[in-house]
Ligand binder design. Structure first.
Ligand code: ZN
Length: 310
């Protein structure tokens, strides 16, 4: 069994409009844009990262905004809900704020004893704000959002699946412990995690498969401390029969990817080197950062990308 996974690292989704995406995550949700770069496989498209001050693993929501991308169709075989941790008593503030921002799908519920506010992102992305009493993470404070309300990072994510058995086994191999069951949903928790500690598996045997598009999660990444731990995790997964990619340098972390039995793309990402490797913490996310191999094409790339608000 693997013992080196520390919870979530980041969640990466797709969007149809970079400016709208940037506005929603920095202004409405009050996250900090910690990196403005491009999709390393398609530099005509941004890769935008939003999180806490440093982009600490477990706080980072990232997007590929493909201009005019068709909306995805929610279903099974994907991450159905990405969950953010907020302080107790903050949901009233968030409801008012999300209504004022024109967010759709705002609905209160209680899941595993926690009060939550579900809402949709600009492309129908499934999100929930989850009240937590004991989240010690330091939030980024954006305009109009105080410490009493600010998002602390992810609490977890819900995976929607036809059948949860094989993914449950995988999560337990990855170090997660089966915690509670509520209706169709089984909760798994990682001991000693970074705060983004829960994965919920929803068993939805009659739901059709998702079609990926704008608003869909592209992949979900789990954190390991460093490259050495990542190699150990890679070997353990491969010894168990998973097809895992080689280690890929993503400039701000190293990544390996594998497809889970339920069809969801998992990544294991390192906490090193972090988002301050090529710009000061004070200025994170402002300048367009390009991987070295695209520097020669900077002016063309800049012309293709729509400018974002600061
Ligand atoms: Zn990733």
């Amino acid at each position: 069994m693997i013992k080196d996974i520390k919870g979530l690292h980041h969640v990466t989704s797709m969007a149809s409009d970079a400016r709208q995406n940037n506005q929603f995550f920095t202004n409405a949700l009050g996250l900090r844009r910690v990196k403005k770069t491009v999709n390393f496989d398609d530099p005509s498209v941004y890769h935008l990262y939003y999180g806490d001050e440093q982009g600490t693993p477990g706080t980072v929501m990232t997007y590929f905004p493909f201009p005019h991308m068709m909306a995805g169709r929610p279903g099974v075989g994907e991450v159905g809900e990405t969950q953010f941790s907020v302080p107790k008593g903050s949901l009233g503030f968030w409801k008012d704020r999300l209504v004022a921002q024109g967010a759709n799908g705002i609905e209160a519920d209680t899941v595993f004893g926690a009060d939550r506010l579900r809402f949709s992102g600009p492309d129908g992305d499934g999100f929930a704000l989850v009240e937590a009493a004991k989240d010690k993470r330091t939030p980024w404070l954006a305009d109009g959002i105080t410490e009493d309300h600010a998002i602390r990072g992810f609490s977890g994510a819900r995976l929607n699946l036809h059948d949860t058995a094989a993914t449950a086994e995988l999560l337990q191999f990855m170090g997660y412990e089966r915690a509670e069951v509520e209706g169709d949903v089984t909760r798994f928790v990682i001991p000693g995690g970074n705060g983004a500690d829960t994965i919920d598996l929803a068993a939805l045997p009659k739901t059709p498969f998702a079609r990926q598009g704008a608003g869909s999660v592209h992949h979900i990444a789990f954190a390991v401390e460093n490259r050495q731990k990542q190699l150990e995790v890679r070997k353990a997964l491969m010894d168990t029969g998973y097809q895992v990619t080689p280690v890929i340098d993503r400039d701000y972390f190293w990544a390996i990817y594998f497809r889970t039995p339920g069809g969801i793309l998992f990544e294991i990402a390192t906490n090193e080197p972090g988002f301050d490797r090529d710009e000061d913490t004070a200025n994170l996310g402002q300048a367009l950062k390009l991987p070295t191999r695209y520097e020669a094409y900077r002016s063309q790339i800049e012309q293709e990308l729509v400018p974002l608000a600061a």
